[in-house]
Design a protein. Structure first.
Lengths: 267, 289
């Protein structure tokens, strides 16, 4: 994997300041952050609440504009959102007036595919996220976990090079969350996608990633960049492996430091 | 957002069967529980009994002679007045003309107001341009404009239609704009990351997301149109339900006045019901499960 390939995404000294509204003073959300992501990497980003994780991801998606710095995709600077960077939001981003299959098909509408081809792609992804039988359901008829699976399928159906996920499993219970993690890994191993995945959950960050990025409390910077040297495919019980536990201890300690700092600041 | 959250709860509650059984035991106490649904039959009985009660009090007061029939006639007299109105005074013609005025004025308001409201809710530039004027006019009562309209365009049909238009247009535009502006950002952002352009997002996200709310606004404002039309017809009009009410007052025909008011009530209720039912049919994804 570490041959002479070019980086997929390059985040180059990106700073983000949210200008304050009226009485509020401006907020420095991201402070000169740099990160190089290679093709087919699965990167998870860990950090205390409010440290700028979502902001970073939204800038990469093109939904937010950085105050300073540059984002390169395959060597070209990005400007605005595009279908080559799919995004999965924390919750409630499905179109409520469309059925499951229409939601998944939404991004394909402006592609060159024939209706029959489209139908086939949609059916593939419905099977991939195991929602057979729910094609004609509306989002409000689905549980939270099912909705997130549709959101993932919708992002994947567009075949983006990069998948950006912002705490996609945050609202799910533990069992569902574990199943979804395994499903996402399975999908990633089958494809050549590059994934940036935000989470609060240390275990989740190790289980999924080949690299975990830890961010400092606000203003967000990169505090640590830890390669996870565990083989894929990863069985569920790897979570009790001693190497896994060692990573967990290290990361928990790093996060704790930052959370404490954030608490002190509030005082 | 709120609605979605509520549903999330419903999703979680639905499969828990034992809780349902428990509720069945205490069903008779359910009406004490805030916001809890009550059995359909009970609901219907209570509704019907309120109407029956009103009718009973009315009958008691009038048939017993406690109230002068000049102030409040008996139910039978009112039904009789209604029959005379239909058979001898061509009341159906008055109803038709009133309905026509409401529909004409309100349709024009919708045809111009909806696109304008949608554009205002979508593009801040459009909002900045129209908001100040429309907000100001919105609070000027349409009925106060009647003398001015008579001066400008006379007392014909156009004047009545203009009053309906003015009475509904400005609120319709502003409420539509708010509804459209409240479409959740995540939906737009999801569409952008799925490769949609600015213009495409207006058609494929903003419109479908706000249409049920807009239809509810239309339903609400149509209700106002029915009261504006009566005001318009009370002034300088020789046809329509409003003018009939005014004429009946001159001739002290209380029965006709009440029958006219009831007719307006029924028309309003009917139009509201038609819209309500068709909205629910049109947007199954928005209502119910
Ligand atoms: N649109 C905005 N306007 C002003 N300030 C903002 C805006 N979005 C984010 N911020 C600020 O930027 C900081 C970082 O926010 P961000 O949402 O990126 O945090 P986060 O790391 O994703 O937190 P969480 O884990 O709680 O989701 C916060 O302090 C927040 O107050
Ligand atoms: Mg966030």
């Amino acid at each position: 994997m570490k041959t002479m390939t070019n980086p997929k995404v390059q985040i180059d000294n990106v700073t983000k300041v949210f200008s304050g509204h009226k009485k509020n003073s401006p907020v420095l959300a991201l402070d000169t952050t740099s990160l190089t992501v290679m093709p087919n990497e699965f990167i998870t980003i860990l950090g205390p609440s409010g440290c700028g994780k979502s902001t970073l991801l939204r800038i990469v998606a093109g939904l937010e504009e950085q105050t300073e710095g540059h984002i390169y995709l395959d060597g070209n600077e990005i400007s605005g959102p595009s279908s080559n960077r799919g995004m999965v939001f924390q919750a409630y981003s499905l179109f409520p007036w469309l059925t499951v299959e229409e939601n998944i098909q939404f991004g394909l509408k402006n592609s060159q595919m024939s209706p029959a081809q489209r139908k086939e792609v949609v059916q593939n992804y419905i099977e991939l996220v195991r929602l057979n039988g729910f094609e004609k359901h509306y989002p409000r008829q689905l549980s939270g976990g099912m909705q997130q699976r549709v959101a993932i399928a919708r992002a994947l159906a567009n075949d983006p090079d990069i998948l950006l996920l912002d705490e996609p499993f945050g609202a799910l219970d533990n069992q569902t969350r574990t199943l979804m993690q395994e499903l996402l890994l399975e999908i990633w191993e089958k494809s050549n996608k590059t994934i940036l995945f935000i989470t609060h959950d240390v275990e989740e960050s190790i289980f999924l990633a080949n690299r975990v990025i830890v961010m400092t409390s606000r203003p967000g910077r990169i505090k640590a960049d830890i390669p996870i040297d565990l083989h894929y495919p990863r069985p569920y019980n790897i979570k009790v492996d001693h190497r896994f536990l060692a990573y967990k201890e290290q990361l928990t300690e790093l996060i704790r430091e930052e959370s404490l700092k954030a608490m002190m600041e509030v005082k | 957002m709120e609605k979605l959250v509520k549903n999330e709860e419903a999703v979680e509650q639905a499969p828990i069967l034992p809780v349902h059984n428990k509720n069945k035991k205490n069903r008779n106490k359910k009406w004490l529980q805030p916001q809890e649904n009550i059995p359909h039959k009970l609901y219907l009985t209570v509704s019907v009994s309120s109407v029956v009660l009103l009718f009973a009090v009315w009958s008691l007061l009038t048939y017993s002679g406690l109230v002068d029939p000049l102030f409040l006639p008996t139910p039978t007299e009112i039904i009789y007045s209604g029959m005379v109105l239909f058979t001898e005074f061509g009341f159906i013609h008055d109803i038709t003309i009133t309905v026509y005025r409401v529909l004409a004025g309100f349709s024009i308001a919708v045809i111009i107001g909806l696109p304008l409201g949608i554009l205002m809710g979508t593009f801040k530039v459009v909002e900045a341009f129209f908001e100040p004027t429309i907000s100001a006019i919105r609070y000027m009562p349409a009925s106060a404009f009647i003398p001015l309209f008579i001066l400008w365009i006379g007392v014909g049909e156009l004047e009545k239609i203009t009053i309906i238009f003015v009475g509904t247009f400005f609120s319709l535009v502003l409420m539509t704009a708010v509804e459209v502006a409240n479409v959740r950002r995540e939906l737009l952002e999801a569409a952008y990351t799925l490769g949609r352009s600015n213009f495409s997002v207006l058609l494929s996200v903003i419109l479908p997301a706000s249409i049920p709310g807009i239809m509810e606004i239309i339903r609400l404002i149509l209700g106002w149109a029915w009261s504006y039309i009566i005001v318009a017809e009370l002034v300088a009009s020789s046809s329509g339900i409003g003018s009939l009410i005014l004429e009946s007052q001159r001739m002290l025909k209380t029965g006709n006045i009440i029958f006219g008011i009831l007719t307006i009530g029924v028309l309003g209720l009917l139009s509201d019901l038609i819209l309500k039912v068709s909205i629910r049919k049109m947007f199954p994804w928005h209502y119910g499960r």
